[in-house]
Structures are given as C-alpha cells and as structure tokens.
Design a protein around this ligand. Structure first.
Ligand SMILES: *Cc1c(COP(=O)(O)O)cnc(C)c1O
Length: 404
C-alpha cells in the first residue's frame, strides 16, 4: 500500500466547474472571482474579501497597503513557513521573530518585549488551523506603553493609530476563536488556497478585510485589487463593458490576481467545506488520536479548547523524547513503508536565507524543541481507513525500532 501526503480532492464537480469556466470565456479575473469574494465575506463574516493568486501575495499587498518599508519591524513567530518572513523582507522591513508556546503558536506573552518604536505590524500564524490567543494579543496592543511607542509613517498607519494585526491565516479558514471565524480575528487575514491546503483552488488565496470602522472596507478592497493588477484603475470586468476602455495606472502595481478558473474550484469547495470537508478531516484526526492515544511517546495535537476550534489542517504529531536525528530516522523508516509524511516547519532561523542575517536557532528554544520531534501525518479527503491503519503501523514500528 502507498499513502500520499495530501492530494487534493478531485471529482466530477471540480472538473465540470473548470470546463464550464473555460467555455464561459472568462478565464482571467471575472464574475466567478467576484462571486467567490462575496461568498468568502459571507462565510467568514468579514467586511470584504480580495481573491489573489496566493496567500503570500495577500500578505505582501497588505503590508504594502499599510506602508511597511525600510526601517520598519514586523513581528512574527519563529515557527512558520518562510512566506511569512519573506514578504517582510520584500518590503525592505525586518522580521522580528518571537518564540512559540507548546501548541506551536506564537507565545503572546513574549510579544511586548519584542515591540519597539519601529514595529508596524504583528503577523500571527494560526498553525495547523488552530487560532492564536487573539484576545491576549489585543490586550498587549491596547496597553498604554505599547500604544505610546507606535510611530506612524503612512496615512493608513495614522488612521489605524496602532500596530496592525495581519494574520497569516493560510491554515485556518473555517477555524473559530470564541465563536468568531478566522478572517475576523485580525485587522486583515490571508487565507491560502494552495494545492495542499484545506480549500484548494490549485494556487490561490484571499485577504479578508476586517479593519475598524474608521476605514471604509470596500474602499480598502478596491485599493488592494488595484495593487494586485498593475495599479490599473479598472479590472478586466469593468473594462469589457461597452465604452469602458479608458483606464489609468494609479501606481506601479503588482500582478497577482486570481483567475476565474481558480475561483470556480473555490466556489465548489467552499459550498461543501463545513458539512463535508471539515467533517471528513475531523474523522481522520479522531482516528489518528484514537490509534495513538495508547502510546506514551505520542504527543497528540490539540484541536479543540474551550475557546478555540481548529479546522484540522495538518496533523502535527510530536514524538516525546525524540531528538532531531531520531525523528529523521523514524521518517526514513516510515518512508520505506511508502507512507509520505512531512515536517511542519523548519523554523525560520534554520533556513540559509535567514541564518546569514544573524537569526540564531538557540534564541527560540521552544521552536527548536517542537521542531526536533515533529512529524506531520497524511490527512486528505479520500484517505481510506486501511491507509490510516497503515500509517499508524508504519509509525509505531518505526518509533519502536528507533526509540527502544
Ligand atoms: C502555505 C502557507 C503560506 C503560503 O501560502 P500560498 O498560498 O502558497 O502563498 C503562508 N504561510 C503558511 C503558514 C503556509 O503554510
């Protein structure tokens, strides 16, 4: 038996949606992208949504919209995918890393000490689909001495009057915190619809805008869309209207719009997300939990607390007591059984691109500890029970032989 890591769910509905779009004539950003934006705002309860070609593009556009540039600092967890830090570098700003807590999310109690008068944005990451401690984060930002440090440089920064919270919500569409949906937990949030994420559109992402009332969310939506399409004052849909040919370029913008082919996939997946995809993912998580609960070495991921409900994005198991080398040996043995597992993630200070800027792994001991014994098990809609038991057998045998 073979077990892949997370192939996307593909069926006739997805294929039909793409073919229908191809024949509609709208293969760039058109009516389906607009529709997906409306549906995402409705689904999350956010004020507006902007669909793009990736979550990364959404994070970068949001930083640029807020005027983040050279000399600024942006706080993010040491434990995340590189994209969270890369976009900060693209803007010429400095990523300031904060260690995590046991559940892999940023340790909010360490954020205040990382804030300086240069801090413009905090980018929390809802790892594996589990929201961070948003109320605790808001309390840090609301304290007088933190507010007093904020030194706005752009009109948007002045208008907000404090550090912006930009959630890397790449994992967390459908997750909730105190009954509120991901997308409405931060000023802006960026979802990923990449092929391996919960709701894939092949490649894709969406920024959900949830700024306070001094902002006109639809005006901000328009600004982000203009930025995502060369700085063009009209999108393709507006330009094709009779007599609508003339447009202006209001800034040297970027090119990261979503196509209707992608949006068509997203519309299919969003409609069946809560009642089908999330139900199935929970079943898979429950099966792993049940099978592994008898093993004292298995540090099982928490996906529900009193305040939080995860959307079951990735099953991040930890092998108690395993050192990095042993974890790697365990993975080799599992792979020999044709089971694909992963490690989420190599913390930012381990990456060559960041090492050379002086980030040191030893400054983030919890991130290191969690990383060194982490193994992510396969979770995908079509995984069978037999495949789940195969994964568990391969894992148990591998741990037994390496950790004896
Ligand atoms: C996948 C991922 C991203 C990037 O998503 P894209 O849509 O591929 O740009 C960003 N952050 C985290 C934590 C991710 O896992």
């Amino acid at each position: 038996m073979r077990v892949p890591f997370s192939p996307p769910r593909m069926d006739q509905k997805m294929a039909d949606a793409v073919v229908d779009t191809l024949y509609s004539g709208w293969i760039t950003t058109g009516p389906k992208t607009r529709k997906l934006e409306e549906e995402l705002a409705k689904y999350t309860g956010g004020k507006a949504a902007v669909c793009l070609n990736s979550a990364t593009a959404g994070l970068e556009l949001a930083l640029r919209w807020f005027g983040v540039s050279e000399g600024d600092e942006v706080i993010l967890p040491a434990y995340t995918y590189c994209a969270t830090a890369n976009v900060v570098m693209h803007c010429g700003a400095t990523p300031v890393l904060v260690d995590i807590q046991d559940d892999f999310n940023i340790d909010v109690s360490k954020i205040a000490a990382a804030i300086t008068e240069k801090t413009k944005v905090i980018m929390p990451v809802d790892i594996a689909g589990m929201p961070i401690d948003y109320d605790e984060l808001q309390a840090v930002l609301a304290s007088d001495n933190i507010k007093g440090l904020f030194s706005p440089k752009s009109a948007e920064q002045t208008k907000l009057g404090r550090i912006m919270v930009l959630a890397d919500a790449a994992h967390s569409i459908g997750a909730t915190y105190k009954g509120k949906m991901s997308g409405t937990l931060a000023d802006m949030s960026s979802f990923s619809f990449h092929a391996v994420k919960n709701l894939p559109t092949a490649e894709g992402g969406s920024v959900i805008i949830n700024l306070p009332e001094q902002f006109d969310s639809h005006a901000v939506q328009k600004q982000l869309k203009v930025k995502s399409l060369h700085g063009q004052s009209k999108d393709a849909l507006e330009k094709t209207k009779a007599g609508g040919w003339r447009y202006d370029i209001t800034e040297p913008g970027y090119k990261c719009n979503m196509t209707d082919i992608q949006a068509a996939l997203g519309l299919v997946e969003l409609e069946r997300y809560d009642d089908d995809m999330l139900v199935r993912r929970k079943e898979i998580f429950d099966k792993y939990n049940e099978a592994l609960s008898n093993y004292s070495w298995a540090n099982i991921p928490v996906y529900k607390t009193e305040d939080k409900q995860s959307c079951f994005h990735i099953y991040m198991l930890r092998i108690n007591g395993a050192l990095e080398e042993q974890r790697d040996q365990i993975i080799d043995k599992i792979s020999a059984e044709k089971v694909a597992v992963n490690v989420h993630f190599q913390p930012i200070p381990l990456l060559t691109a960041y090492k050379k800027f002086g980030y040191k792994m030893s400054d983030y001991p919890v991130a290191w500890n969690n990383y060194q014994n982490e193994i992510t098990l396969p979770v995908f809609y079509d995984i069978t029970d037999e495949q789940i038991w195969w994964v568990v057998d391969a894992l148990v045998n591998a741990v037994d032989s390496v950790l004896k």
